[in-house]
Write a protein that binds this ligand. Structure first.
Ligand code: PLZ
Length: 480
């Protein structure tokens, strides 16, 4: 039992988890590190209970100042991060299997991101691209034209967040097509703004009480192999979706179909092979624009530069964010030049869209992805995770499915013998990992999916250690 106070704030006594060493606040062993980046020791080190006393004190201040609606999965307050670890204010070094929800694929505070952003921040921080432009914005759009699927002429517009990119993709598709309807899928996640809430499938916590929502958004059935009542091919699942669109919306009313090629928040749902190509074919035949939301799956995460590349699908528009800039806020819509150019002059923009520091960071991140061949790294890490967890699934009946592509891997937990979701188990396993110094995330419409999104630069040994911890947590949570 520990009793502590910090800056006069009395902290509730805590039981230290078994096997965890605890230290007092005056312990001279506490590191004072504030510099992150790849040189940070790549190790799991648990020196206090999680969260530790300093984090708990900060959490007290936060509760008084930060709106309760803004959550934090694991309230350890971060002092530095780099490679595959997060170091908290108590000196704990946690293995990061979340990458800030799939953002820091290049590693936190990656060297080229830091140096380019530092140079830029010292030159100028903002002019507003709509007022006085700068080269970095153009460089990022050129890179997007080269890297996104398809060899056709492309143009881009830059924004701040994923939701903003999705909203703008819809605006562009509506103007270019002269149609209103937007088709999205079951289990989809596209953001928290008004239009994107309508496009997101899950009510709690994203939509609950926040309506009324934007109109002309229609939801089609997704290909979710694990949850199909009977096996159905990707092409059949696409036909099921497109026949629903034809019957209840009308193909000639549809501006765009927006799809995550591998779904993120909805549960890392990988559609059956052939689903995306068939959907893409239907869109082409009906003059409907296909928008790939690559915000979570894009930029090397799935083992290709973009998840659409896996089946050679070439969308008309692609939304990107998250991984694009190594942690700085940047998002983009990239698409067929003639579609992008359908919008009247001045119709797209925003004060901060394509901020120069974020653009510099993106160029550093893209350079890192290319130089370190991060698509190959994602494939290697993915094979490690799928191999280990697949073997475990054969022994633990609570693991309904292990799936994923590249370094975007999920464990769907169920009541043994069926497919009934077990969200409580996912929460318990995640909490046990956190206590042992491994940051894991959950997701899924039913909250029963553990998802692994390590930085793509995580050392193999560290990932392997994190998998040991996860395996122990899964075994003990399902024992007896
Ligand atoms: N599209 C596919 O994954 C963001 C959301 C976290 P923003 N996913 C993380 C949360 O609880 O808010 C996401 C995504 C896909 C769009 C978005 C939205 O991106 O940058 O969060 O707006």
């Amino acid at each position: 039992m520990l009793e502590m106070s910090l800056n006069g704030v009395r902290l509730a006594p805590l039981d230290a988890p078994e096997g965890v060493t605890t230290v007092t606040l005056t312990d001279p062993a506490l590191p004072t590190t504030t510099v992150g980046g790849p040189d940070l020791p790549q190790e799991r080190r648990v020196v206090t209970e999680i969260p530790g006393p300093r984090s708990r004190a900060l959490h007290g201040r936060r509760s008084a100042a930060v709106a309760a609606g803004v959550g934090s999965l694991l309230p350890v307050y971060v002092a530095a991060a780099g490679g595959g670890v997060l170091v908290d204010v108590d000196g704990n070094s946690l293995i990061d299997l979340g990458s800030g929800i799939g953002v820091t694929g290049v590693g936190n505070a990656a060297a080229q991101v830091v140096s380019r952003a530092q140079q830029q921040v010292a030159s100028f921080t903002h002019t507003c691209f709509m007022v006085a432009p700068y080269e970095g914005y153009v460089d990022v759009c050129e890179a997007l034209a080269r890297l996104t699927p398809g060899g056709h002429p492309k143009k881009s517009a830059l924004f701040n967040s994923g939701a903003e990119a999705v909203e703008n993709a819809v605006k562009i598709a509506r103007v270019a097509s002269g149609r209103d309807a937007v088709v999205v899928f079951d289990h989809a996640y596209h953001g928290r703004t008004n239009l994107t809430m309508a496009m997101t499938a899950k009510s709690m916590p994203y939509k609950h009480g926040f309506g009324p929502f934007a109109g002309e958004v229609y939801r089609a059935p997704m290909s979710y192999p694990f949850r199909e009542p009977a096996p159905i091919s990707g092409a059949e699942a696409a036909r099921r979706a497109t026949s629903m669109i034809e019957k209840s919306v009308g193909a000639d009313q549809v501006a765009c179909v927006v799809v995550e090629p591998v779904q993120g928040e909805g549960g890392f749902v990988v559609p059956a092979p052939g689903f995306l190509p068939a959907l893409s074919g239907w869109c082409r035949d009906n003059d409907v624009l296909l928008v790939a939301d690559e915000i979570q799956a894009g930029f090397c995460r799935t083992g290709d530069w973009f998840a659409c590349d896996h089946e050679g699908v070439v969308p008309d528009l692609v939304t990107t964010a998250k991984g694009i800039a190594g942690g700085l806020p940047l998002a983009a819509v990239t698409g067929r030049a003639e579609v992008m150019d359908a919008v009247h002059a001045g119709g797209l923009g925003g004060t901060y869209g394509g901020n120069p520091v974020a653009c510099a960071a993106a160029l550093g991140a893209i350079e890192t992805m290319r130089e370190h061949d991060l698509p190959a790294a994602a494939r290697r890490l993915g094979a490690m995770m799928l191999g280990r967890l697949g073997a475990l699934a054969e022994r633990l009946p609570a693991i309904g499915e292990v799936r994923g592509r590249g370094a975007m891997v999920a464990i769907e937990l169920v009541r043994p013998g069926g497919t009934e979701p077990d969200a409580a188990l996912a929460g318990a396993v995640s909490a046990a990992c956190h206590a042992a110094g491994v940051l894991t995330l959950t997701c899924g419409t039913y909250g029963n999916v553990l998802r692994l999104l390590p930085p793509l630069v995580i050392p193999d040994a560290l990932l392997s250690e994190a998998l040991d911890v996860l395996e122990d947590a899964l075994r003990s949570a399902t024992a007896g």
